[in-house]
Design a protein around this ligand. Structure first.
Ligand SMILES: CC(C)(COP(=O)(O)OP(=O)(O)OC[C@H]1O[C@@H](n2cnc3c(N)ncnc32)[C@H](O)[C@@H]1OP(=O)(O)O)[C@@H](O)C(=O)NCCC(=O)NCCS
Length: 258
């Protein structure tokens, strides 16, 4: 494979291409299917475009987005650029989410942090989280609205309780085109955040889907809170494997050269 370059996204023309790539990357992810099904107010592609456009705004110094690109040779000897991966980072302090994090909690059984089969992702050659089966029975709620509220509240609480008061880098999107997965591109895309965190001696944070956990662990992230979906009544057969909020402690640069 030709060398992959990681380049900051600055051209708005790249945004729809990147959003489409992200959509294809998560097509098999049950969590995204869950959000598509129950959250009628959010469209994944529109939301991704909105986030990336925000990151491109030169006035926004807290966010940055990168594309992984391949130079694909043409028959006439020139090359054209193919975007094969996307990463979007927030860099700063906690911003207050628009949902109510104090809303009544849905009662769940305690969940052990990261059983081995989840930590390993699918483990196969095709990167997909669909083959990972959650060992937990579904926690059932009355309707889609409650299920979606639970997702936002849980993600918001995990984020705030983990990084409150700490300057941090937060990986908001990390996606590699399905036909280019397992070629080391994700490992390259995560470098900006890891280096930034180490340079500034700050923590890193992200929400991991099961298929991505090994990659994040290799970069130094540790699971700190499970992210479970609760399922609307009648859809109990819908299993969404547990994701994890992950935290990375900085590795001071001085330690790395020893
Ligand atoms: C997760 C994702 C970003 C990883 O990117 P990638 O370019 O495929 O990852 P890399 O090739 O750099 O893999 C680095 C290591 O991560 C681990 N890894 C990556 N994908 C994995 C998978 N599906 N299952 C298990 N381990 C995996 C492996 O240890 C791998 O090293 P190896 O190939 O030498 O064993 C990519 O597969 C993807 O976009 N997946 C779908 C979308 C998604 O889940 N995004 C993450 C949201 S949190």
């Amino acid at each position: 494979m030709a060398e992959v370059r990681i380049v900051q996204i600055t051209d708005p023309a790249d945004v729809p291409i990147c959003a489409q790539l992200c959509r294809e990357a998560v097509a098999d992810d049950p969590f995204i299917r869950f959000m598509d099904l129950y959250n009628q107010e959010m469209d994944f592609i529109d939301e991704t475009k909105k986030r990336l456009n925000n990151a491109l705004d030169p006035a926004n110094t807290d966010e940055i987005a990168f594309k992984a690109v391949l130079d694909v040779p043409e028959e006439n000897g020139t090359t054209h650029e193919e975007i094969v991966g996307v990463a979007h980072w927030y860099h700063g302090n906690v911003t207050i989410p628009k949902y109510d994090t104090f809303m009544k909690e849905v009662q769940e059984e305690p969940n052990e942090i990261m059983p081995d089969e989840i930590a390993a992702g699918s483990g196969g050659s095709t990167p997909s989280s669909t083959t990972v089966v959650s060992p937990e029975p579904a926690v059932v709620v009355k309707n889609a609205e409650e299920a979606i509220t639970h997702v936002y509240r849980q993600h918001g609480n995990a984020y705030i309780s983990t990084v409150r008061g700490k300057r941090h880098v937060y990986c908001r999107r990390m996606m590699v085109s399905p036909k280019h997965q397992r070629k080391g591109i994700g490992r390259k895309l995560i470098e900006w955040g890891v280096n930034k965190a180490d340079e500034e001696n700050i923590v890193g944070y992200l929400n991991a889907r099961p298929a991505a956990m090994k990659l994040y662990q290799a970069a130094g992230f540790e699971p700190v809170a499970p992210l479970n979906c609760v399922i609307p009544e009648g859809d109990e057969q819908f299993i969404v494997p547990t994701g994890y909020a992950m935290l990375r402690k900085p590795r001071p640069l001085a330690d790395q050269v020893k």
